[in-house]
Design a protein around this ligand. Sequence first.
Ligand code: GDP
Length: 331
Amino acid sequence: MTDAQPPILDLDDLSRRVIAGERAALGRAITLVESRRADHEALAQQLLLKLLPHAGHAHRLGITGVPGVGKSTTIDTLGGNLTASGHKVAVLAVDPTSQRSGGSILGDKTRMSGLAVDPNAFIRPSPSAGTLGGVARRTRESMIVCEAAGFDVIIVETVGIGQSETAVADMVDFFLVLMLPGAGDELQGIKKGVIEIADMLAVNKADGDNMARATAAVADYRAALQIFVARGALWSPPVIAISGARNQGLDTLWAEIQRHRALFEKSGQLRARRAEQQVKWMWAMLEERMLQRLKDNPQVKTRLPQLESALREGRTTATLAAQEILTLLDA
Ligand code: GDP
């Protein structure tokens, strides 16, 4: 071949292999979904359409917490418990700050030594840096691929940076926030926004010398959470103490996730939440793409610096400048 043509992909074959649970096909499909090449993007969308009917049955679990809280330790232990009881667990990640080629340290196999060698687990680090919207989209689509491949528990890991937590909460059924033991000071540090989107708080490292501080933290977080729970709400987020390292409390954690699932399935809210996520997702993508289109527009590009100077020097108003930019876009 003289041209650098993309390899011709037999999407029917690839989707069949993914659905059959072939590991190599799963990796290949996710690589396609993660690719930024326009031709790959189109192929990925076709592939996803084929896989979608086979997806949607999994538990979609999001996990966040500051670096060092014990996310990877907890995911490794919880994941191991789940595969031991017959589940297939995929771990994905959203980290838009990741600069490392091939992804971030989130979802890194070396941090999850048990799951890394578990035949019933699949670990994929975050797609490498890009806009949050772009990174989140690729993770969300990888989730569909994993579900079609038979994974029935998808864990999406993220750190509390920027809006990444909201992005993950918007793609999962259950959003778990891990906290460190210790009340008072820590409590001041919780971002209100994160508490509002949490379906459960787990105080990790509730072991050894940390026990008393963990118990105090649980009581404090319970009190703090009450403020956010609407009267008559279907679900009030539990606060529990766990030790990811010692495998303590993880059975309770999983039982709560299942209780939530049963409740939300029965009431129709699971379906409603997922439907709402789809619509929200479309709008997020539209916003990002429209903005990109605007920024890429040649007329806008030329005029923008002049308009910005005029604004800074008080020669125009923000409203007039915005109007002019929109007119240029329509031209
Ligand atoms: P991550 O950055 O949130 O993924 O946190 P890690 O899972 O890498 O854990 C950070 C550190 O905390 C490591 O040294 C772990 O060994 C330790 N750690 C994690 N979970 C626990 C736990 O349940 N108890 C104790 N005592 N240490 C833990």
